[in-house]
Ligand binder design. Structure first.
Ligand code: ZN
Length: 219
């Protein structure tokens, strides 16, 4: 299957949103930014939106998701352990001049450990890795060798755990679990912020990506 994967940095901040398309059909992973900017991005490409997926519920990963889901009448997906942080995140959106998520926002469908089919014949594994928030998941395109990890781990650091729902013990347990999954070395890792890496690159350059738990006292 010919799939196209684009990483977009919607204004005004550098969260990585991932647009995955097959033909004219597309899905979004982590719809940061404004609905109107996404309208333009989709129209410019001639894409039909089918669904939206979120790695977690922080507002810089979901700000446009409920609005797009409602406007295009498509589902959006979020691990329900993160429902409790959706509306509190509004305080952050005002700071970036992004419209707040309304109290009666379109609710997401749940997303948990297992396998989903984002297009017919395109299976993706969902793996729960809590710690950065309670409901963090990663998406593993095992046929393509691509892993979308949100804010679990970055090029040389890890997701912070001092936001509501964060837990340092859980985060490092999750990073260890990810390490122990033995994803192939050439798997492309798309992070929630910053540049893409590979599993091999993380093993060689990210000192937190290893088997033994290592709880730093600061960072
Ligand atoms: Zn986050």
């Amino acid at each position: 299957m010919q799939i196209r994967i684009e990483t977009l940095r919607m204004p005004p901040k550098s969260t990585n949103s991932v647009l995955v398309s097959v033909g004219n059909e597309c899905v979004i992973f982590d719809a940061w930014g404004k609905v109107s900017d996404w309208d333009n991005a989709l129209n410019n490409r001639g894409y039909n939106l089918r669904a939206i997926y979120a790695t977690h519920g922080h507002s810089d990963h979901i700000s446009a998701a409920p609005g797009l889901a409602e406007k295009y009448n498509v589902p959006w997906y979020l691990n329900h352990k993160d429902l409790e942080i959706v509306l509190p995140g509004n305080s952050y959106l005002g700071y970036f001049d992004i419209p707040e998520i309304p109290d009666d926002y379109k609710k997401p469908l749940d997303l948990s450990d297992g396998e989903i089919e984002i297009f017919p014949g395109l299976p993706v594994k969902v793996i729960e890795y809590p710690g950065h928030s309670k409901g963090c998941v990663v998406f593993y395109f095992y046929q393509q060798g691509i892993l979308i990890v949100g804010d679990l781990i970055f090029q040389e650091s890890f997701g912070r755990y001092d936001y509501p729902g964060g837990d340092g013990d859980e985060l490092f347990t999750s990073i260890t679990s990810m390490y122990n999954k033995n994803f192939p070395d050439d798997t492309i890792v798309i992070h929630g912020h910053g540049n893409d890496t590979t599993i091999k690159w993380l093993k060689e350059n990210n000192k937190y990506f290893k088997q033994h738990r290592d709880l730093p006292s600061e960072d």
